[in-house]
Design a protein around this ligand. Structure first.
Ligand code: PHE
Length: 328
């Protein structure tokens, strides 16, 4: 009987090595591992043997039985894994979605505007958000009693030495630039500004501006106008209408505001305040107004973003609602 067991052992080895799919494996199981299979048959015969032989034959039979089961189980696992990856892979199932972060719409506008002005030869400069009153007001030709300095508009910071404010606009960076760079100067200055405003659908107490300054010999208002129009056309498309309105800023003379109207909207929208740099401002920056002239402009970035995205409420930009932000 030992001989027969050993023979079946050899047979199992050969047969298992020939199995290549689950169907063949099932045939293998039916032949060797079921109740009426070859191995159980030996166990039946074992009972009939005289006691002195049982030990030795039983040992051999156990080896065969364990070996066959192990081989079977292992091959079954391998074949099932393979079968899964090949035939049960459903390429039409929806995939796993990973949400990537994205640039905030206001940052997108800033970057887009920087690109447009860079192509026109402007460089980028920055200044402090906590600014002294001299740079925020005095050097920009604000008279000492100008209402914009009032507590209602300006956040004052406590400081022992001089009066420091949260800058109410990016124009003080004009002065800092003139103090540090000799003309020609051609730069834009993006940044955060602060005003003590009541919040509503068009006003925030903290927002962004992009300031522009161009100083050289013989700079004219015609160049300012052309630059503003070129910017607006790149930003909003060629078929927009323009309206330059006379305006007032202490630091520019003459001053203007530019409104645009796009094809889709019938509302005029103010996009920028601008003008020719006031001689007092050039002087405050150490530049001779007899030799140089220049223009300056200041965009409200949130307003530009609202027009671009057709958002109707400026506050929506800062509520961090993914349903709003993920649209842009
Ligand atoms: N600083 C002005 C504002 O905050 C905008 C401006 C900048 C106007 C430069 C003219 C020139 O409203």
């Amino acid at each position: 009987m030992i001989e027969n067991i050993k023979q079946v052992h050899e047979e199992v080895k050969v047969r298992i090595s020939e199995v290549t799919n689950l169907e063949q494996l099932e045939e293998f199981r039916l032949e060797f591992l079921v109740k009426k299979g070859k191995i159980q048959e030996f166990f039946g015969q074992l009972k009939e043997l005289p006691n002195e032989q049982k030990r030795e034959v039983g040992k051999e039979l156990n080896i065969l039985s364990k070996f066959t089961e192990n081989e079977y189980n292992q091959l079954k696992q391998n074949l099932e894994e393979k079968a899964y990856t090949v035939s049960d892979l459903d390429l039409t199932l929806p995939g796993i979605k990973y949400n990537l972060g994205s640039e905030h719409p206001v940052r997108q506008t800033i970057n887009q505007m920087i690109e447009i002005f860079k192509k026109m030869g402007f460089s980028v400069a920055e200044g402090p958000e906590a600014e002294d009153e001299y740079h925020n007001f005095d050097a920009l030709n604000f008279p000492p009693n100008h209402p914009a300095r009032d507590m209602q508009d300006t956040f004052f910071l406590e400081n022992k030495f001089d009066k420091v404010v949260l800058r109410t606009h990016t124009s003080p960076v004009q002065i800092r630039l003139m103090e540090n760079v000799k003309p020609p100067i051609r730069a834009i200055m993006p940044g955060r500004v602060y005003r003590n405003e009541t919040l509503d659908s068009t006003h925030l107490a903290e927002f962004h501006q992009i300031e522009g300054l161009y100083i050289d010999k013989n700079v004219t208002m015609a160049e300012l106008k052309a630059t503003m129009m070129h910017f607006a056309r790149v930003m909003y498309g060629d078929d927009i209408e323009f309206r330059f309105r006379a305006s007032f800023f202490p630091f520019t003379e003459p001053s203007a505001e530019l409104d645009i109207r796009t094809k889709h909207s019938n509302k005029w929208m103010e996009i920028v305040g601008c003008g020719m740099v006031h001689p007092n401002v050039l002087r405050a920056g150490g530049i001779d107004p007899e030799e140089y002239t220049g223009y300056a402009f200041g965009f409200g970035v949130e307003r530009i973003t609202m027009a671009k995205t057709q958002l109707d409420d400026i506050r929506k930009l800062y509520e961090n609602d993914i349903r709003v932000l993920s649209q842009f």
